[in-house]
Design a protein around this ligand. Structure first.
Ligand code: ATP
Length: 349
């Protein structure tokens, strides 16, 4: 464990014993351990230990580490999906410490908590694209998280939201009527990303968000994450074995190595003071990590991302008010264009 950074509190994702009174993290863990196998202390297989996180609303935490270090297991647990499927042997479980996400204690969830979890916490796993239902169209798959809770949800609003999302993840609108098995792996993963966002989650846990996604579509995914975080205050935990992916979104990271958290804090500070060989290697790989995204966001996709960020299920009254203000602004601009003295008069006032 790096002696350099682990004890220093840091705004963002650090243990917040020193945070101001009233600080309420959206994700809070204390000395969390995660295991696979039977729920018997002697027999379980611990894959990650000592995770203490405080992620505030609107914060982003990057979880990095080599393959097999326990990152995905952490994501599965924090997403709450592990808890919902704890009878399944290939899902990890909490074998020590505490974890609270969106106000839900993951160790003792009530039935209502379980329902709320899948409404407040979005989750995208590297294999999510392959888990889409092949008997449903893409549009139906995207809508599924909403309809599985509320069969009576307004289908038109849902169809519109699915179209906004498919546009924002840079897929053709015609994709909505196709089936997952007709798509490429990268396309399916983008559909799964859209599906994770349909609930407009308060917290999103994304494991390798750009894995398998072609370089031209990657900026769309990253823009959605960045803007939903900045504009909608969506808290994000981004898991990746590439520091570059994390660094595009945040300066706060937690490093897992061989089942332990070996460092935590500001990327720059952690790497600058690193003595641990793994962190030193990470620092050396930094230049590569800083290369810009290879693709660029097209104007159309940029506008599509913008529409998603404005909200998937708009409030007609707020929309009308916004349209009225826009019209007023346009009218004023037209007036100023024809009579520049009005502008001068406004400024003098
Ligand atoms: N179903 C399972 N049963 C038992 N052990 C598992 C299971 N899934 C994963 N593990 C073990 O848990 C450890 C952590 O795996 P995890 O997938 O969390 O690592 P990771 O850091 O996300 O790796 P990668 O970047 O390759 O996805 C590994 O040693 C792995 O072998």
């Amino acid at each position: 464990m790096s002696s350099t950074k682990i004890d220093e509190p840091h705004v963002g994702a650090h243990p917040a014993d020193e945070q101001p009174a009233g600080f309420k993290p959206v994700v809070r863990t204390r000395d969390l351990s995660i295991s696979f196998g039977p729920h018997l202390a002697a027999d379980d297989r611990r894959v990650l230990s000592g995770v203490s996180i405080d992620l505030p609303r609107g914060g982003i935490l990057g979880v990095v580490g080599a393959s097999g270090s326990g990152k995905s297991s952490l994501g599965r647990v924090l997403s709450g999906r592990a808890m919902l499927r704890e009878k399944e042997v290939d899902w990890p479980w909490i074998s020590g410490g505490n974890a609270e996400v969106a106000g839900i204690d993951l160790r003792k969830p009530t039935r209502d908590d379980q329902r709320r979890l899948t409404l407040d916490v979005g989750y995208l796993a590297p294999e999510s694209g392959d888990r889409l239902r092949n008997d449903l169209t893409v549009a139906e798959n995207i809508a599924e998280p909403v309809l599985s809770r509320d069969r009576d949800f307004d289908r038109r609003a849902l169809g519109r939201a699915a179209a906004l999302l498919i546009d924002a993840v840079d897929l053709e609108l015609g994709t909505l009527n196709r089936f997952p098995f007709e798509l490429s792996r990268g396309q399916r993963q983008r559909v799964a990303f859209a599906q994770a966002l349909i609930i407009e989650p308060r917290v999103l846990i994304v494991d390798e968000p750009t894995q398998g996604v072609d370089i031209f579509a990657q900026p769309a995914i990253m823009s959605l994450l960045e803007r939903l975080n900045r504009v909608r205050q969506m808290s994000v935990i981004v898991i990746s074995n590439e520091l570059a992916t994390v660094e595009r979104l945040t300066q706060d990271m937690l490093v897992c190595h061989r089942g332990f958290v070996i460092a935590q804090g500001n990327i720059e500070e952690v790497l600058c003071d690193a003595t641990d060989p793994y962190l030193v290697r990470m620092r050396e790989a930094r230049d590569y990590a800083r290369t810009p995204l290879p693709g660029t966001l097209t104007k159309d996709t940029d506008a599509a991302v913008d529409r998603v960020v404005r909200g998937l299920f708009p409030d007609p009254e707020a929309d009308a008010e916004e349209a009225r203000l826009e019209a007023e602004k346009a009218e004023r601009a037209k007036l100023i264009e024809s009579r520049p003295e009005f502008d001068r008069f406004n400024k003098e006032k």
